[in-house]
Design a protein around this ligand. Sequence first.
Ligand code: ADP
Ligand code: ASP
Ligand code: MG
Length: 411
Amino acid sequence: MTGSGSDVVVQKYGGTSVATPEKICAIADRIGKAQENQRRIVVVLSAMGKTTDHLVALAHSVAKKPGGREMDLLLATGEQVSVSVLGLALQDRGIPAISLTATQCGIRTDDAYNIARIESIDTKRIVQELDRDRVVIVTGFQGLTRDQEVTTLGRGGSDITGAALAAALGASACDICTDVDGVLSADPNKVPHAKRWPEITYEEAIEMASSGAKVLHPRAAEVCMAYNVPIHVRSSFHDGEGTWIRGESDMVMEQAEVIGVSSEKNIAKITLTDVPDRPGLAAQVFQALAEENISVRLIIQGAITEKLGRITFVVDDEYVDSVRGLLGHWKESGLAKEAFIDTHVSKISIVGSRLASTPGLAGRMFDVLAREGINIDCISSSEMKVACVISEEHIDRAVRSVHDEFFPANE
Ligand code: ADP
Ligand code: ASP
Ligand code: MG
C-alpha cells in the first residue's frame, strides 16, 4: 500500500448523481468548493444514469448469453464517459483536474469477468497527479488483469473502487455520495419516513447491504473495515451529515435492536420434492450448483416422510436459467421426483447487531406478517439478521408494516 497521508479524501458519486450534464456541472461546482479547503481529492464515478443497464440490454440484443471478456470491455465504457465529461467540466471552471481509467491508475484485479476482485492498486500515478494539485477522477467499477484485460467488479461496483482507493491511499475517509441522505432504517423510496442513522458499524452496514439495501455495496464496507477507513454515506446534493460507518469503538454504548428493514425482489425459490433421505444427496445438489458458479442465498432441508425429504433453496434471478438446466438432470437421475421454480418471491429482512441477544424480535416480525395475512414461505436467521421469503406481491406492504413495528411513526 502506497500511503500519501491522511489528507486525501475519496469521494464516490453514483449514477443518479451524474445522470445529466446539469448534475455533472453541479458536482463540478461542489468539488471546486471542497478544493478551496486545499484537500487532496480523488473522485470515483459511476456511469451516467442508467448507462450500464442500457449497455447490458445492448449486449442481450445481439447475444443469448453475453458474458466474459467482451461484455466487461463493453460495460467498462460507461464510466469512461462520465469521468472525462467531469474532467472537462472541472477544467472549464479553472479547476486543475485529470480523468484516469482504472487501467491508467493501476487497479489490478483477478480474472473473474463480471465479478472481478481488486487485488492491488499501484497509487504512483494518482499520487503524482495529486502532488500537481489536480483533482484526480477515476472510473469506478473496473480494473485490469495481469494479462491487461479489462474487468468489471459486479453491479454497483463503483463503491468498491472508492473503498479500495481510500484504503490504498490511506485516505481520511471514503465519501459515498448518493441520491439519499445516508443509510436509513429502510429504503426511503418505499418508506418515506425511514430514519437516518448518524452512525453504524461496518458489520451492520455489511448485513444491511447484503440483505438488499443497495445504498452501499457490501464489498466496499468489507474493504474499509479491513483497512479501518471510515465511510461517510451522504447526499450528493447538499453538505449535511449523512451516516458514518466505522468500527465499534466510537459507537454509543447501547445500540438499537433493529437498525434496518430491507428487501430483495430479484430472487427465485427452487423446491426439490421426494428427495431420498440418504447421506450425500445435499452435497450432490450443492456441489453441482457450485460447479456452475451459482451462489445460493438460503437453504432449507426438511423431511416429508421417514425416507423422503424436501430441499428448498433461494438464488438470485440471474441464475434461474442455469438452475433450470440442472433440474432435468436431477429428476432423471432420481435425485428428486419433482422440481419447482418460483420466481414470484421476495425476501424481507430485519438487521441489527443485537438481534441474537434480544429475544422476541423475530417473533414480532412474524406477528406483523401474520396480522397482515402474509404467508411466510421460508425463514432464515443468523447472528445479525432474520429473513423471510414471501410472495412478491406483498413485499412493499410487508416492508412498511414491519418497519412501523420497529420504528413507530410518532417516535
Ligand atoms: P448510486 O447510484 O449513488 O450508487 P444506488 O441506487 O446504488 O445509488 O443506491 C442508492 C439507493 O439505495 C437509494 O436511492 C435508495 O432507494 C436505496 N436504498 C435501499 N435501502 C436503503 C437504505 N436502507 N438506506 C438508504 N438507501 C437505501
Ligand atoms: N455503473 C455500474 C452499475 O451500474 C457501477 C456502479 O454504478 O456502481 O452497476
Ligand atoms: Mg450504487
